[in-house]
Ligand binder design. Sequence first.
Ligand SMILES: *Cc1c(COP(=O)(O)O)cnc(C)c1O
Length: 381
Amino acid sequence: MYLDVVREVEQLVWPRKMRLFTAGPVACFPEVLEAMKFQMFSHRSKEYQELHKDATLRLKKFLEADKATVLLIPSSGTGFMEASVRNAISPRGKVLVTVIGEFGNRYKETVERNGRVPVVLEEELGKAVKPEELDDALKKNPDVEAVTITYNETSTGVLNPLRELAKVAKEHGKLVFVDAVSAMGAADIKVDAWGIDLVFASSQKAFGLPPGLAMAAVSEEVFERARKIPERGLYFDLLEIREFLEKQWSTPTTPPISIIIGLDVMLRIIDRMGGKDAWLKMYAERAETIRRRVLEFGLELFAEPGYYSPTITVVYNPPGIKGPVIYEELRKRGIEIAKGYGKVRDITFRIGHMGYITQEDIEELFRNLKEVLASLGFAKR
Ligand SMILES: *Cc1c(COP(=O)(O)O)cnc(C)c1O
């Protein structure tokens, strides 16, 4: 056995232990890494069908998506962003895109590059979209077919009030598309009750899995619209993806089997930990602890109060200190945070809190951050 080769590659990518406070990929649970060792098998086998069915039904329950269809596909989350536009918006149709940071901009670009027309409702960075503003925008633009919402904006650390926003969009009779890439698994989503038409996420964020799997819940209305759109493309044709699910609990193209195994393991662990509510509470408490510790240092949060993210804390750089310097200094000490992203890249740094993070990891982060800030001349005022 060439296990030494495995060690060589391990040294290449993982030269020493790192505690991860990244924006994704994030650290996986040890149980998930253990399950990544399973031998492969055909995605047309009976065993695969059992696995796909189990993971799908568990995710369906977690998302409270009784009526909506839950899809697991080989892609990163952005694939479903493209799928939402291609399958449910008429050619040259309009979409109201709410933008509160970089990932809202990505939705805008996805709409444009697929030949549809974005109408943008943009907020000052650090702020959430308010239901009244969405209501106004929809009154001014009655011809849009859908509204897009970034549930958790990973670049600013803001959690949008999804339930209230979806309610407004539904009152106007619009489709609701939600980028929940950094929210699903950490912030509550009740797909049917909140009237969400398409909500998607990636495996490498709040469920703490390796990257490569995208998951979504899709309403019947989206499939109905898709039937009327002739050119849906091949890879992200939602009707075909659903057909394979219904006929054989599988996907048209080869799925990332290992990661679906990981998802099934994670959803079972969540059950053992007390179910969805207990798991979401764990995330809320972890985020609360991290924000409190940041504030105790005399640092300031970027997000507006009341809309703090459960998965990432965005912090203003201390006066005279650059975020990337903090990032590099922490890395030297075996801790990886995330640099500022998008337009706020130069004025913030980010502490991600998704995936497998222990109390000890958090203690180590703040012990080291304190030393790093002191060495850079930052004194609490
Ligand atoms: C990470 C992220 C994405 C991109 O996800 P991919 O899996 O890389 O496609 C999109 N939206 C948000 C809010 C994210 O945090």
